[in-house]
Write a protein that binds this ligand. Structure first.
Ligand SMILES: [Zn+2]
Ligand SMILES: [Zn+2]
Length: 253
């Protein structure tokens, strides 16, 4: 399974960067985890929308879903879009209502939703091509889901946005890669519960207790030092951590 980091910033992107978006590719299966601002542009370097198998939107904060709006136009208007089916988008409960809230009339709402097939995330397992997906609701101000993605060889867990959550330990066990948000620095720990975000130190602690093979940090605040994130997570993880690099692909096994 290959992971390509399309965007790694929380809230708003750094200059030239993008918000949350991660492409997982396994044979013919192309799964996009989150679709924040800048992701549609980046996606085209690696996968056409025609070949996307599904998208998971982990929660309704703009840095995780905003590019569904330009994607809708790509699907409807691009002469390069050859897909015959609707694009499956797994969303938190009430997602289709949330996404169409910005439109003032029923016709616009219908038109936006037309190229997509929205399905609510639940407790049951989803199968997307060769990948199995499981979800865990985590701690964030709006309903938010961590995602576990497995094929026959490996497992990735993406925390989405969350403060430290005990159930994430069991959920992450056996992972080849834990893709963990680390929005905060250790010195910001008093804001962790309130904002629903991990410090870098907590991300490392989670990876250490869960015993994951590798830890990749992401969802960075654009103004904070990447070196500091890596150092603080490394201290609690006890191993070297990977800083998510936009445009880079990583083989997971
Ligand atoms: Zn976020
Ligand atoms: Zn969020």
């Amino acid at each position: 399974m290959q992971l390509t980091v399309l965007g790694r910033y929380g809230a708003y992107p750094a200059a030239g960067g993008a918000c949350s978006g991660y492409l997982l590719q396994d044979g013919d299966t192309n799964l996009l985890l989150d679709c924040g601002s800048g992701i549609v542009s980046r996606l085209q370097n690696f996968c056409s929308w025609t070949n996307l198998s599904a998208i998971v939107i982990t929660h309704f904060h703009a840095d995780h879903y905003l590019d569904l709006y330009p994607l809708r136009y790509a699907l409807q208007l691009s002469k390069f879009n050859k897909r015959k089916d609707k694009l499956l988008v797994l969303v938190p409960p009430g997602g289709d209502i949330e996404l169409t809230r910005i439109f003032s009339n029923e016709e616009s709402k219908k038109s936006f939703a037309d190229p997509f097939l929205f399905r609510e995330i639940g407790s049951e397992e989803e199968r997307i091509g060769s990948l199995q997906l499981n979800f865990l609701q985590v701690n964030h101000p709006v309903p938010t889901y961590a995602v576990k993605v497995r094929n026959n060889n490996c497992q990735l867990v993406y925390t989405s946005d969350t403060s430290f959550h005990g159930q994430l330990i069991d959920f992450s066990k056996g992972s080849s890669l834990l893709l963990a948000e680390s929005t905060l620095r250790n010195e910001d720990e008093d804001r962790s519960e309130l904002t629903g975000h991990l410090t870098a130190g907590q991300a490392g602690e989670l990876a250490s207790i869960a015993g994951v093979k590798k830890l990749m940090l992401t969802h960075f605040w654009p103004e904070f030092s990447l070196e500091q994130y890596a150092k603080e997570a490394g201290e609690t993880y006890g191993k070297e951590v990977i800083i998510a690099e936009e445009g880079e692909s990583y083989w997971i096994d």
